[in-house]
Design a protein. Structure first.
Length: 223
């Protein structure tokens, strides 16, 4: 029986995103950052589009091809051009990065569900992330207790939604795409996975996600 479009009987491994799934926030934090500093929604939307959506700055940072300080310096420059004085330190923390408990709190109920799944089947973390934030987010969750495999974009030099990172993930996990379940908060990151046969779930309501996660362990022995 399918639950929110997922057939648990087909799942042999579960894949989780970090920001927006294990940690709350992320996209919302970025969307609010410029507004909190005094930019109009339109001005900040244009700046976000140039920095985060167009090829160049953000994708290079998440692939580990650029230092965080280079990106933060560009953010400071652009904010200055819009009349906003921004320190380099504040620019580095534009997303209230995972070292800030208040900016991206851990979703304890998702962590508990992931731990239960980890006891029953292989699990993986597939995250677009930044090299300089690695030690901070790893200090916040017990990675070894939750995941068999960690695919960090800044370590592997590829990122979601690039098709090659999904092929790489299948290889690291050791299973075919049609044997995998993946939860992410961004639909654009799920589309390439679905094209490879992965069962995918967009993180919307936590209760819906938990219903699926709990179903993955129903009747399964611990490994």
């Amino acid at each position: 029986m399918k639950i929110h479009g997922i057939d648990p009987s087909r799942v042999k491994a579960a894949v989780f995103d970090l920001g927006g799934v294990i940690l709350a926030g992320g996209v919302e934090n970025v969307e609010q950052f410029g507004i909190d500093l005094g930019l109009t929604e339109e001005t900040w939307a244009d700046m976000r589009r140039e920095l985060f959506l167009q090829p160049g700055w953000w994708d290079r940072l998440e692939r580990g091809e650029m230092a965080l300080d280079d990106f933060a310096g560009e953010l400071v420059r652009r904010m200055g051009g819009a009349g906003i004085a921004l320190s380099l330190d504040r620019a580095r923390n534009f997303m209230s990065h995972p070292g800030d408990n208040h900016g991206m709190p851990v979703r304890a109920e998702i962590v508990a569900a992931a731990k239960a799944i980890h006891a029953a089947m292989p699990t993986a973390l597939l995250t677009n992330n930044i090299r300089e934030w690695r030690s901070a987010w790893r200090a916040r969750i017990n990675v070894d207790a939750l995941f068999d495999t960690v695919i960090d974009s800044s370590e592997v030099g590829m990122r979601k939604p690039e098709e090659r990172i999904y092929a790489y993930s299948e290889e690291k996990i050791g299973l075919r795409g049609d044997e995998l379940f993946f939860v992410d908060d961004l639909g654009m990151n799920l589309k390439p996975a679905r094209a490879r046969g992965w069962q995918t779930l967009t993180y919307g309501e936590t209760a819906d996600v938990l219903e699926v996660l709990h179903a993955l362990t129903d009747g399964r022995p611990q490994r």
